[in-house]
Design a protein around this ligand. Structure first.
Ligand code: AMP
Length: 436
């Protein structure tokens, strides 16, 4: 590390390991610390035991240690105002302030902004009263989608196939308090049928720098079966997002949102992660917004970092300093990238932790990256599973099929009997590639 910047990275997942590797390599970086990090991040950064959502301790540490730039991985601290607290101390950060992070912190806020600025999305209404919510459901019928308004760690959404299921979800949130304060308000919205994709862009005020599309796999089992997870794998680019669709995503969703946030007096600075449904229409496929996230996705970040040729530190710093408009376009490798997530048995229920993982060095050959998520070192330095999602195997290739083949060859070199993964990451893209 030869640069000038003392950087603090917040988070402890595979997303943060992907960022940590790139930050450590950057010519701008002098020192990198991660809070709290993991066993993989510890290979490229100093790790300190401060939780990723502890705004007060993170701010105090950044002041004490004269941190120049804070890169925030997960959403919780952004929604809780970490970037504002740092700014009060004169410390720059990558990520939106509290007023702009509300796009992820409140679904009804997001839906109201999106409706106000004419961005295509599912029809919706927000409720605090169960009877009113049920009357809306009765009018619109099933399938219908019920969402807790606030952050619910990805568990706040019910796709109700019947009116009875919708009513149960409404009662659980508004009466049963299933999501605590996050579920005191709910959004009830139209079910959109189509194919999901994610789109990423850096935004500072009205300036938008496209990063591209990815797709992930949320269900735990092959063929997209079983309960939902934090993400079992991802790839980028996503062939479903054609150049024409990308143009529409930028023109109809990302740019109007950036302009709208400026008009609202809540200018956005950071990465916009738009969760999209690509729906069939008489005029061909069209993008509709499902949700906005105010940070990189995990594992989508891992595949974006594998394809990005430009220095992500330069891009993130320019975003934080409002200099994106003056930057040359980001450069990308002309390759596809694919990530397979290895999980501990039991996940997405209670994972079996403390088991020993071997073979990561053997897997990390042929340009394949082995990124850590839920890992720690044991007393003898052995690598132990410490969470549900444990490792990410990230490979690149001339297309998604080649990246997939390389990734699974590497997966097979990992010696971890208590782990598992999906064997079909990328299937949609590979089917499209084969049809071309
Ligand atoms: P969210 O947390 O809003 O991204 O929702 C989680 C998941 O629920 C999404 O990734 C979609 O698979 C699904 N979903 C959310 N909203 C809708 C909708 N209006 N129509 C269909 N599926 C949806």
């Amino acid at each position: 590390m030869v640069g000038q910047l003392n950087i603090l990275l917040v988070g402890n997942g595979g997303r943060e390991h992907a960022l940590a590797k790139r930050i450590a390599e950057s010519p701008l970086t002098a020192k990198l610390t991660a809070a709290p990090g993991n066993a993989g991040i510890a290979e490229v950064a100093d790790c300190i035991a401060i939780a990723a959502d502890d705004v007060a301790k993170l701010t105090a540490y950044a002041v004490e240690q004269k941190v120049d730039f804070v890169v925030v991985g997960p959403e919780v601290a952004l929604v809780a105002g970490l970037v504002d607290r740092l700014a009060e101390k004169g410390i720059k950060a990558f990520g939106p302030n509290e007023a702009a992070a509300l796009l992820e912190g409140s679904k009804s806020f997001m839906k109201d902004i999106v409706a106000k600025y004419g961005i295509p999305t599912a029809a919706y209404a927000s409720f605090r009263d169960g009877a009113a919510a049920k009357a809306y459901v009765a009018r619109h019928g099933a399938p219908i989608v019920i969402k807790a308004d606030g952050l619910a760690a990805g568990k706040g959404v019910t796709i109700a196939a019947t009116i009875a299921e919708a009513e149960t979800a409404i009662d659980e949130a508004l009466v049963g308090g299933r999501f605590g304060a996050a579920g005191e308000e709910i959004v009830v919205e139209e079910f959109m049928a189509g194919e999901e994709a994610s789109y990423f862009a850096l935004v500072d005020g009205e300036t938008v720098v496209p990063l591209g599309a990815a797709q992930d796999h949320k269900a735990v089992g092959d063929g997209d079966t079983g309960p939902n997870t934090g993400g079992m794998g991802a790839y980028s680019p996503a062939p479903v997002v054609t150049p024409a669709l990308e143009q529409r995503i930028l023109d109809e969703i990302v740019r109007p949102l950036a302009r709208g946030m400026v008009a609202e007096g809540r200018p956005y600075r950071g990465v916009i992660f738009a969760g999209l449904m690509i729906v069939p229409t008489p005029n061909g496929p069209a993008p509709r917004l499902i949700e906005i996230n105010v940070r990189f996705g995990d594992p989508e970040c891992q595949v974006l970092m594998a394809r990005l040729e430009s220095d992500p530190v330069a891009l993130m710093l320019a975003t934080a300093e409002g200099r994106l408009a003056a930057l040359p376009p980001a450069r990308w490798r002309d390759e596809a990238a694919l990530a397979v997530v290895l999980c501990a048995q039991g996940y997405p229920g209670t994972p079996k932790t403390g088991t020993v993982i071997k073979g990561t060095a053997e897997a990390a050959s042929d340009g394949v990256a082995v990124l850590h998520a839920g890992t720690k070192r044991g007393p003898q330095g052995e690598l132990l599973a410490s969470g549900g999602r444990v490792l990410n195997i990230v490979a690149t290739g001339h297309d998604v099929a080649e990246a997939q083949a390389k990734a699974y060859r590497a997966v097979d070199r990992i010696d971890w009997p208590e782990g598992f993964c999906r064997r079909d990451i990328g299937w949609r893209a590979i089917a499209r590639e084969a049809a071309q």
